[in-house]
Design a binder for this molecule. Structure first.
Ligand SMILES: [Zn+2]
Length: 615
């Protein structure tokens, strides 16, 4: 298959005019059964004082220190083909002894790859997947030099039919299509590690949208209606390209999907995304309408695709460049993740893949999730962004009471901002204009967004009066902890927002751990019946008033026959100790939010709503 490469002409990209000699990498799935990749890195004319190397501590897009170097099983260095000293300097860095007169330095390592996530690397006898951050050492002083990497097929007849997919451009004389092993190039280290690679026997399909060739690779057993998936994705991708304005920043884009029994996750890259999804969430032949799981999978694809602009190219100044050795703090993840979360589902309705009712249901679900945690009253989304590394990405049982999601509340802030821009300008401007301004000013230029850059963009788009007022409103919304007045803000759009209790049964004020196992408390909500009585996260529920609680459903069934305000006796195991609590059953909070179209909206409201959600 012959597909367009990212940069025609000079395969290394424009920077190669500097023409430092490329750093040469080679990666081989050397022992798939043992989950081991063998990786080498060759440096010509290394630093005579001693050459430094390091492996990233985190991967862009996933804001947590992961210390990928912990998976290096063996590492050695050869100077002009003779062993040389390679001293470990810290948890992820090495340095050779002085190399006076050495022409060629090779560092070889063996890397353990057995994490089935989108963030690291995974290898077995059925497939291989890796992110460059997990396998390619950065060469000190050469991270801006061009890179080349040869990706080898595992040895042995059983791997003869393995294919490969990556958005790394093939080198001259490398693979002619994008489905073969061989040599690839990148203009610098930053690009090298931003093109994940999948290899094995995967299903693949291709579609065109907005002038871009897209491919999707599905690894793992599945019965996906690939045609349906491609036709829905094509509409979503085309809509996003139109939003920012053609041409898209890429000519080839790949969705690398790992299909499993139960899983969910995605990570954005400059020309691709790595996704993990549940088999049941994929569309099947004969599916009528869209299942909830499929809507959520399309939302995930849409989210990662939107990042092609928002965060991969429009970046916070704090990420230009990334420092991969330590945390990179920014207070702006509400804009890069929250706004992306707003547009992921919005793209589904605006492209016509889902209906308006479906979209309003998704909004209601997100709002309910935010309103369920009292953490929203204690942490702002700006603080949540800054502390992503230690709080959002390292959530414990108290998370609902302590933190707010910059994804979920960030999306609500985007919604509130969008409808205010639209209503305040009688439909003349919207958040779409803010995104386009950010794209022109920061995405196209590579200039990072300063910490107050989003407020400035809103001010500029809204103009004097509206823009100034909304920039001030936005700052307050992201720095403060107040709930957003969404019912009031949605009214001019002809949308009604109501809060109702999720049910009539009383509640304990706990969330049970997911899964079909014993009913174990995952979270205890602030000021609920359980917390007041002393029930704790980790407790296993045994009986309510002497009747066994065999499962989460059994608890629901017991509570359904009770009234709020009644006393109840609850038995639990904490560790191996039996404990009994007397508690007063709580009233179900009104935290289920439902959005609907106002039945008698005026013409102005209908026009605004059409501009917002499409007709
Ligand atoms: Zn994201």
């Amino acid at each position: 298959m012959n597909l367009p490469v990212q940069s025609a002409g000079n395969p290394y990209g424009p920077k190669s005019v500097l023409m430092k000699p490329p750093v040469e990498y080679r990666i081989r799935p050397s022992r798939p059964g043992a989950h081991l990749f063998e990786v080498s890195c060759t440096v010509l004319d290394p630093d005579p004082g001693g050459q430094g190397f390091s492996l990233p501590a985190w991967i862009p897009g996933s804001y947590m220190i992961r210390e990928f170097a912990r998976n290096i099983v063996r590492i050695e260095a050869l100077a002009d083909d003779k062993p040389c000293v390679l001293e470990k300097v810290d948890k992820h860095s090495w340095r050779t002894s002085p190399l006076r007169g050495v022409k060629k330095l090779v560092v070889r390592c063996e890397i353990y790859a057995w994490d089935l996530s989108v963030r690291t690397a995974h290898l077995d006898t059925t497939h291989g997947f890796f992110n460059g951050t997990s396998v390619f050492l950065a060469v000190e002083g050469r991270t801006d030099a061009p890179c080349a990497v040869t990706i080898d097929r595992p040895e042995g007849g059983q791997y003869a039919d393995w294919a490969l997919i990556t958005t790394l451009p093939p080198a001259e004389g490398g693979p002619t299509g994008r489905c073969d092993f061989g040599r690839f190039v990148a203009p610098d280290y930053d690009a090298l590690i931003d093109h994940p690679v999948e290899m094995g026997r995967f299903a693949r399909a291709r579609f065109e949208a907005g002038g871009v060739t897209h491919e999707i690779a599905l690894t793992g057993r599945q019965d996906c209606d690939v045609e349906r998936l491609c036709s829905d994705l094509a509409r979503i991708c085309a809509w996003q390209i139109e939003l920012f304005g053609a041409p898209a920043p890429v000519t080839y884009y790949a969705f690398l999907v790992m299909v499993v029994g139960e899983g969910y996750g995605g990570l954005e890259h400059r020309a691709s995304t790595a996704l993990l999804c549940s088999r049941a969430d994929l569309p099947w032949k004969g599916m009528v309408g869209l299942s909830d799981g499929y809507k959520s999978f399309l939302g995930l694809c849409s989210h990662e695709y939107f990042h092609t602009w928002n965060v991969k190219r429009i970046k916070p100044a704090a990420f230009t460049p990334y420092d991969l050795t330590r945390e990179n703090h920014t207070r702006l993840l509400w804009a890069f993740e929250g706004f992306t979360s707003y547009y992921d589902d919005l793209a589904l309705v605006r492209s016509g893949v889902i209906g308006v009712d479906d979209y309003l249901a998704l909004l209601g679900k997100n709002l309910s999730a935010v309103m369920r945690g009292s953490g929203r009253l204690k942490q702002s989304v700006a603080e949540s962004s800054f502390d992503a590394w230690t709080k959002y990405y390292r959530q414990d049982e108290n998370a609902p009471n302590a933190i707010v999601s910059y994804y979920a509340k960030g999306a609500l802030i985007a919604l509130a901002l969008d409808v205010q821009l639209r209503a305040g300008s009688a439909g003349r401007c919207s958040l779409d204009d803010v995104m386009r301004l950010l794209w022109q000013r920061h995405g196209c230029t590579g200039v990072g967004v300063p910490e107050d850059g989003i407020f400035a963009a809103v001010r500029e788009v809204g103009g004097e009066g509206l823009g100034t007022r909304l920039a001030r409103w936005l700052r307050q919304a992201v720095e403060g902890c107040e709930d957003l007045p969404l019912a009031k803000l949605l009214k001019p759009m002809g949308v009604v927002l109501e809060a109702t209790p999720a049910g009539v049964a009383p509640v304990l004020g706990v969330k049970l751990a997911a899964g079909a196992g014993e009913p174990r408390v995952a979270n205890v909500y602030d000021d609920g019946a359980a917390q007041t009585a002393g029930v704790s996260a980790g407790d296993v529920l045994l009986a309510l008033d002497g009747i066994r609680i065999a499962s989460a459903k059994a608890l629901d069934d017991l509570l359904a026959r009770r009234l709020a305000g009644e006393q109840a006796r609850l038995h639990v195991f904490r560790r191996d100790e039996l404990m009994a609590f007397t508690l007063e059953l709580g009233e179900a909070p009104a935290d289920k939010y439902v959005l609907s179209l106002a039945p008698r909206a005026g013409a102005a409201a209908v026009a605004l709503r059409r501009g917002w959600l499409g007709s």
